[in-house]
Write a protein that binds this ligand. Sequence first.
Ligand SMILES: [Zn+2]
Length: 320
Amino acid sequence: MLNKYSERYSRQELVLGKANQKKLQKAIVAIVGVGALGTVAAELLTRAGVGKLILIDRDTIEESNLQRQLLFTEKDVGKSKAKVAEEKLKEINSTIKIKPHAIHLNSENISLLKEADLVLDCTDSLKTRFLLNDFCKKENIPWIYASAIRTEGYVMPVFPNGPCLRCFLKEANLETCDTVGVLNTITTSIAALQTTLVIKILIGKKVEPFLYHCDIWKQKFQTLKIKQKTNCPTCHGDYRFLNQKEELVTKFCSAGKYQITGKKVNLTEIQKRWNKLGKVVNDGIALRFGKIILFGDGRALIEAKTEEEARSVYGKWVGN
Ligand SMILES: [Zn+2]
């Protein structure tokens, strides 16, 4: 369809050089969290021609996501973020490889990031960030922390030998919910900054391990120097987040949504059973039926008012 393939990256090559463009095309980047930051980073890296993207997101698209999660449209509401992102990105650039994972990243499945040259934190979970911090330090993989809230955001590249997230962030308050709101201009700006650092790192340019802060509302940009803490556990090889077991039930930030981690299931058999009772939607990655979305690994997202209700829905429709 596109016969002028060499034209695709012509404007970018004028900035980076042809040899550096080739480096991008050989690189593998993992994006953890395909939401406000992740959709933008994924689209920019897809257009820039990064060789392979690994996309990880446990959640489905909600109407309140559409304000800032650029890849998604109204007809995608209810579907898996990782899967929909893959489809959209393939339409943008069919020459790169995209591997979506609709999973909750935890200490048991995080080894799938081993093949990545670089990992992007696009989550809104401090717990997942500490997990990434431990994993990437242990495996000598650079990663980039990013966060955005209201009109402000932070970005920090973390290198195997440099200061890490735990050098300046404490473990307290691991779960925060994004109920304070966020402007779409700060999430896109932060993702753009994060993606710029990805490109620089992948082509071998020097990037300082600074913490960048931006307030888009006040047009303020700061660069903060982070010192490697002498008693930082992660920097001294104490990777305790890699030993944490997955919790059975997790409450999601969005109102009335729970995740239950169950045993592996046979989706085909369950679909046959559910088909007799009502409408089941199978998007190739999960089954949607009433208030439940069930993934092949036994993980379910359930709409419920309380944890008890979520557990009872799981027990009734899935079992275990
Ligand atoms: Zn550290």
